[in-house]
Design a protein around this ligand. Sequence first.
Ligand code: SF4
Length: 366
Amino acid sequence: MGVTRDVKNPYKRTIPQKISFRLRYYRQKAMEPIKWLAYTTHQTRLVPPPDHMYIESTNLCNLSCIMCPTGQKLITRPKGFMDFDLFKRIVDEMAPHVRRTTLHIWGEPLLHKRMPEMIAYAHSKGLQTEISSNATLLDEEKAYKLIESGLDVIYLAMDGLRPETYESVRVNADFERTNDNIRRFLQIKENLGFHRPFVKIQIIQMKQTLDEIEEFVRQWRIPGVDWINVKAFDSWGGQVESINELKAGESAPQIERYPCPNLWYHVHIYWDGSLAMCDRDFNLDFPLGNVKDGVMKAWNGPRMQELRRRHIEGRLDDVSPCNKCTEWAWWRPTLFSSQGNKLVNPNGEKNDNGERNYQVSKEEEP
Ligand code: SF4
């Protein structure tokens, strides 16, 4: 690693910014019971704005991971990168409402050449930003740029402790290189002395990784890491048999179906502006419109209303992938909480979806 650069701390806010973001936070908190009411009373038309926004910066990826429809070349919709102007329009409209934006859905976000600019733009509007990366492209330059941009949270995927395991899951990746990239990133963050980005080292629980998880959790308790995330296996709505077979461990107990909270709380926008129900509709089998004329217009547009109605009435037989999906049961909103996949216990106990999070540092997740 080269000499540590002088980096202006992007996480410092001016006093007017602090006041303005705090006021917005209270406004958003006050909206939570209203959202919950809209969800529990089955509103379909005038649904309040979502609180988490997922934006697909690109659906291209450099790997061929065995648990991923992108890696398995199953994505048939056009490939591309989100246009920066479209991104800015989306952020401008949604920043007053949304607390956090995740800048990836499918694809590797570090392939987008303007990723640091996208993060910096969202950050300047007071949005918390997060990305999940396979870390194969996380060289020193990118590491600095991500930190300089004001990124709040980064998931770094390292599926396996042994090179053979990792390379059999993350096909086309090189264990040593990814490992070096992650450790350099952590070192840069430590040298700069910033408390962010909040770093989550992630391993997906699946047949290939199961035996290594305990040791993985022990070995990654190192400076710079804030959490170790043992991610529940996502079957992507059970649509792909070869992916379903990778699941390890017991299935979650069956519970009575309720309308999927994603349709009231989380908005998913693909790189070309298409609105998706969630990432499991990776080929847009159930198109919901486009956000180019406004996110809220599409969020409460006729197709979205129809999908919500079908969930409420249980008419999902011809709605792919909701008809086969089990992941709707991963979370359920409450009056004051609408976070999906939420941490329940920092010492590694399972949460609703079977995910485990181990707290390593004393930092709180932003
Ligand atoms: S039911 Fe499943 S596929 Fe449908 S929106 Fe919810 S999580 Fe996505």
